[in-house]
Design a protein around this ligand. Structure first.
Ligand SMILES: Nc1ncnc2c1ncn2[C@@H]1O[C@H](COP(=O)(O)OP(=O)(O)OP(=O)(O)O)[C@@H](O)[C@H]1O
Length: 737
C-alpha cells in the first residue's frame, strides 16, 4: 500500500488520463423528477500476482469470462467451476483508469443534482482495496481521479453567470476499533454518528475543509492519510487497520430566486480487509484490531442480507461502519461496490466469501433523492424585495443572494399599519414565511416535474395579482368559516352547561352537532376490515352483515405445538366477527376456484402469484381435488415448506412452519426428522402424517412428536444447512381469509 498521492508533476498526466475518451459527459447535469430506485452496482477487480507473494507461479484460482463475469474453481467439486456475474469485471491487466472511467465516473454527476453517491472498496486483506482507492503516484486511484474531476466539474458548473454557485469541502475519518476518528484533526477523539429528521447521516464535530483546487485537496489529504492506522501483517506489509472514509460535499446555492440550495455527498470508502487470523498470524493489538474489523464486516453482511430479505429491521446500528453506510446501502445514495479479489490459491476461501458478498450486494436497492431546500436567508430577500415583485424590472432578479443581503432593508422593513389595506402582492411580501416557503416548494415541484403550467413566482406581474387575489379570497372564506364554527361550538357548550332540556331550544340544529363533536373526540373502537375475497362476496350479497374486528382483550394465549404450556402474550388482539354463512360461502368459492380454476384464475386470490398458482395446479393434478380451505390468521402455525438435507446416510427430512404468515414469511420453526431417511423418501416420510380429514394439510400435531425442533427468532438463509433442498411449498397454506 502506498498512501501517497500523485506528485504535483504527475497531475497533468492524470488530468489527461481522466479527461480521456472514456470520460462521461459530466457537465450535462439535468435537473428533473425524483430519480427512480437505483440498485447498488457491483464491480469486481482481480489484482495481478504481486512481487514477493508466495504462490506467484501458481495458476490463478479465478479467471474472467467476459467484461461482466468470472469463474472460480468449486472447492466442493473440482470438476466444476462457480460462475458469477456482476455489473463489471476488471481482470489483472485492467488499469486504474479503466476502473475509474467504467464504474466510478458515471455516478459523480449525481452530486451536482443534489444527490449522494458512494464508492466502497471491499475485499480480503491484501487484495488491492487501497491500491484501487488511493493508488500510487504512478498509478493514481479512484480518490485522486474523482476529486480532480469533481473539482473541474464544479468549477465549470459554478462559473460566474451560471445559475448555481458551487462549493466543495472534504472531511476524512477512520473507524478504528469501533471509534470514529477525525483524520483531519486527530485530537478530536471518538465522534458520534447521528441521523437528522430527513434520514441523513451526520457526524457533528467532524472537521470540514473547503477545497477549491486539487492542490488544496492534497494539502489536507496527504497529512491526514499519514494519520490513518496501518500495520504489518503476514499478508500485507502495510495493511489498513481501519475503515477509511473520505467525505466530499458539494454545496450548491442558487444565485437567483427562489434561492434553492442543494447538497450532494460523495463517500469514498476504503474498507479494512476481512482477515483469517490463522493466516495473518495476528497477535495482541493486531488480533484485537482484526476482531473489530471482522465484526464490522460481519454486520455489513447482515445489513445486506436484511435489505435483500426485506426484513423490517436492518441492523445498521450494530456497528459504526454500517451506521455510517446507512446512506449508501439501502439508503439515498448511488452506490458502487468494488470487490477486490486476489488470484493466489491461498486467498481462495476469502475470494469466494468476497464474491458471495458482492453477489448479495447487487440485489440491494437504494432510493436516491435530491437533497434540496431553500437557503436560510432566501425568505428574507423575497419578503423584502417588494420592489422586485411589484416593479417591472425582472432584471433585478438576476442579482445574487449575497448582493441581496447587502441591500438596505430600511424601506422594506417599514411597519405596515393594521388599517392599511394591503394589495395581494404586498400580502405576498409580508406573508408568513412558512406559507411562502410552501408556495416556493410548490413552485419548485411544478418546475421539477416539467409542469406546463405557469410557475407561481416567476409569472408575470398581472397573473401573480390574480393568483394572490384568489389566495386572499380563500383566506377570507376560511376565516369566515372558522368564526361560524366557533359560534356554533359556543352555543352547544352553553346549552350543555345550563343542562337545558328545553324542547323548544332549537334541537334540530344542536343535536346533530353535539353528536358529531362526541364522535370526533373519542377514538374509534372498531376497525372495519374486509379480506379481499369477502369484500367481493359482500358486494354480491346485499344482505350480508358488516364484517368487523372486535378488540378481544389485552392478553391472549398463543397456540403451542409442542404440547408445552401455552404462553400468554400481552398485546392487543382482534377477533374476527364474520357471518358464518358468508364465511362458509367464501370458503366454498375459494375451494371451487382451487379445484376448477386455471392458473390464471388462481392468481386472483390473495398472495397467489404465477409460481404459486402453478404449484396449486400441479398439486391438484397429483393429489386430486382440495377438500377444505382453512382460515389463516392470528398466531396459528402454518407449514411453509417440506424438504430434506444432509448427504446420503445422514439425510433428514424437515418441515418448515411459520407463525401466521405464508411463504415469504421468515421466522418460524424447522422440524427435522429424527431418523435418517433414504434418498427420495422425504415426501413419504413427511406426508404419511397428513391429516386424514384434510389430506392437503399436514397434521402437524401428529407429525411433531417424532421430530426434533429447532427454532430461532430471526433466521437467515445461512441458518439452513447449505445442502438443504427445499422440495416444494404447500400451496394450501397460502390461502388467506
Ligand atoms: N491492481 C494492482 N496492480 C498492482 N499492484 C497491486 C494491485 N492491487 C494491489 N496491488 C499491490 O498489492 C499489495 C496489497 O494491496 P493493498 O494494500 O491495496 O491491499 P488492501 O486490500 O488494501 O489490503 P488491506 O486490507 O490489508 O489494507 C500492495 O503492494 C499493492 O501495491
Amino acid at each position: 500500500m502506498d498512501s501517497g498521492l500523485p506528485a504535483q508533476p504527475r497531475r497533468r498526466e492524470m488530468a489527461a488520463a481522466t479527461s480521456g475518451a472514456g470520460r462521461c459527459p459530466l457537465s450535462k447535469v439535468r435537473a428533473g423528477r425524483r430519480p427512480p430506485p437505483a440498485r447498488v452496482r457491483v464491480a469486481v477487480r482481480l489484482r495481478p500476482f504481486v512481487d514477493g507473494t508466495a504462490g506467484a507461479n501458481d495458476a490463478p484460482c479465478v479467471q474472467g469470462l467476459d467484461s461482466c463475469s468470472l469463474e472460480i474453481a468449486n472447492w466442493r467439486n473440482h470438476q466444476e467451476t462457480l460462475k458469477y456475474q456482476f455489473d463489471a469485471f476488471y481482470g489483472e491487466r485492467s488499469s486504474q483508469q479503466d476502473i475509474y472511467a467504467g464504474s466510478v465516473q458515471p455516478i459523480l454527476r449525481h452530486l451536482l443534482e443534489g444527490q449522494n453517491a458512494s464508492v466502497l472498496a471491499y475485499g480480503p486483506t491484501g487484495a488491492g482495496k487501497t491500491h484501487t482507492m488511493l493508488g500510487s503516484p504512478e498509478q493514481p486511484g479512484v480518490i485522486p481521479r474523482a476529486l480532480m474531476d469533481l473539482l473541474q466539474l464544479t468549477r465549470e458548473e459554478g462559473a460566474e453567470g451560471r445559475s448555481w454557485a458551487l462549493a466543495v469541502s472534504m472531511s476524512y475519518l477512520e473507524i478504528y476499533q469501533e471509534k470514529v476518528l477525525d483524520l483531519l484533526d486527530p485530537t478530536s477523539g471518538d465522534l458520534v454518528i447521528r441521523e437528522d429528521c430527513r434520514g441523513n447521516i451526520l457526524i457533528p464535530g467532524l472537521t470540514q475543509k473547503p477545497i477549491t483546487s486539487f492542490a488544496d485537496f492534497e494539502r489536507h489529504f496527504l497529512p491526514a492519510s499519514r494519520n490513518r492506522t496501518v500495520g504489518a501483517t503476514r499478508l500485507n506489509q502495510r495493511s489498513s487497520r481501519s475503515h477509511a472514509v473520505l467525505l466530499v460535499k458539494v454545496d450548491q446555492r442558487e444565485r437567483f430566486a427562489p434561492f434553492r440550495q442543494r447538497e450532494g455527498k460523495l463517500y469514498l470508502i476504503d474498507l479494512a480487509g476481512s482477515e483469517d487470523n490463522r493466516r495473518t498470524g495476528n497477535k495482541g493489538l493486531r488480533l484485537k484490531e482484526s476482531g473489530a474489523i471482522n465484526t464490522s464486516l460481519f454486520v455489513l453482511g447482515k445489513v445486506v442480507d436484511a435489505l435483500n430479505q426485506g426484513l423490517p429491521r436492518v441492523p445498521y446500528r450494530d456497528s459504526k461502519l454500517t451506521r455510517l453506510l446507512q446512506d449508501s446501502l439501502g439508503g439515498s445514495a448511488h452506490s458502487i461496490l468494488i470487490a477486490n479479489i486476489a488470484p493466489e490459491r491461498r486467498f481462495y476461501l476469502d475470494t469466494v466469501t468476497a464474491l458471495n458478498f458482492a453477489a448479495r450486494s447487487k440485489e440491494v436497492i437504494n432510493r436516491p433523492f435530491t437533497n434540496e431546500s431553500l437557503q436560510p436567508h432566501a425568505l428574507a430577500p423575497v419578503r423584502l424585495s417588494q420592489k422586485e415583485l411589484l416593479g417591472p424590472s425582472e432584471a433585478k432578479r438576476a442579482r445574487g443572494p449575497e448582493e441581496e443581503e447587502t441591500r438596505s432593508p430600511e424601506p422594506l422593513a417599514a411597519p405596515v399599519s393594521a388599517s392599511q389595506k394591503l394589495s395581494p402582492l404586498q400580502k405576498l411580501s409580508s406573508m408568513d414565511p412558512v406559507m411562502l416557503e410552501r408556495l416556493l416548494s410548490l413552485d419548485r415541484l411544478l418546475g421539477s416535474q416539467g409542469s406546463q403550467g405557469t410557475p407561481l413566482l416567476s409569472t408575470p406581474r398581472r397573473e401573480r395579482m390574480v393568483l394572490m387575489k384568489t389566495v386572499e379570497e380563500k383566506d377570507l372564506e376560511i376565516e369566515r368559516l372558522k368564526v361560524k364554527q366557533k359560534e356554533l361550538e359556543a352555543k352547544v357548550l352553553a346549552q350543555e352547561s345550563s343542562g337545558a332540556k328545553d324542547e323548544n331550544c332549537s334541537p334540530t340544529m344542536l343535536r346533530p352537532l353535539a353528536h358529531r363533536t362526541v364522535s370526533v373526540a373519542k377514538p374509534l373502537k372498531k376497525a372495519v376490515v374486509m379480506p379481499l375475497q369477502l369484500l367481493q362476496e359482500q358486494a354480491a350479497s346485499p344482505r350480508a352483515e358488516v364484517h368487523i374486528l372486535k378488540k378481544r382483550g389485552r392478553k391472549r394465549k398463543l397456540e403451542s405445538l409442542d404440547g408445552s404450556e401455552p404462553e400468554e402474550k400481552a398485546e392487543d388482539c382482534w377477533e374476527p366477527q364474520i357471518s358464518p354463512e358468508l364465511l362458509a360461502h367464501g370458503r366454498q368459492k375459494i375451494l371451487d376456484l382451487l379445484n376448477k380454476g386455471s392458473a390464471r384464475d388462481l392468481r386472483s386470490l390473495q398472495r397467489i402469484g404465477q409460481k404459486k398458482a402453478q404449484l396449486i395446479v400441479g398439486w391438484r393434478e397429483l393429489h386430486g381435488p382440495f377438500s377444505q380451505v382453512r382460515a389463516q390468521g392470528g398466531q396459528h402455525w402454518h407449514p411453509v415448506g417440506v424438504g430434506e438435507w444432509g448427504k446420503s446416510g445422514t439425510r433428514r427430512a424437515f418441515l418448515h412452519l411459520s407463525p401466521g404468515g405464508g411463504p415469504g414469511t421468515r421466522g418460524g420453526h424447522i422440524w427435522e426428522t429424527d431418523g435418517v431417511i433414504p434418498k427420495g423418501d422425504v415426501s413419504a416420510s413427511l406426508l404419511s402424517s397428513r391429516s386424514p380429514s384434510c389430506p392437503q394439510l399436514l397434521n402437524v400435531a401428529s407429525f411433531a412428536p417424532s421430530c426434533r425442533r429447532t427454532s430461532w427468532a430471526s433466521p437467515r438463509a445461512s441458518a439452513v444447512p447449505p445442502d438443504c433442498r427445499l422440495l416444494y411449498t404447500l400451496p394450501v397454506c397460502l390461502i388467506h381469509m
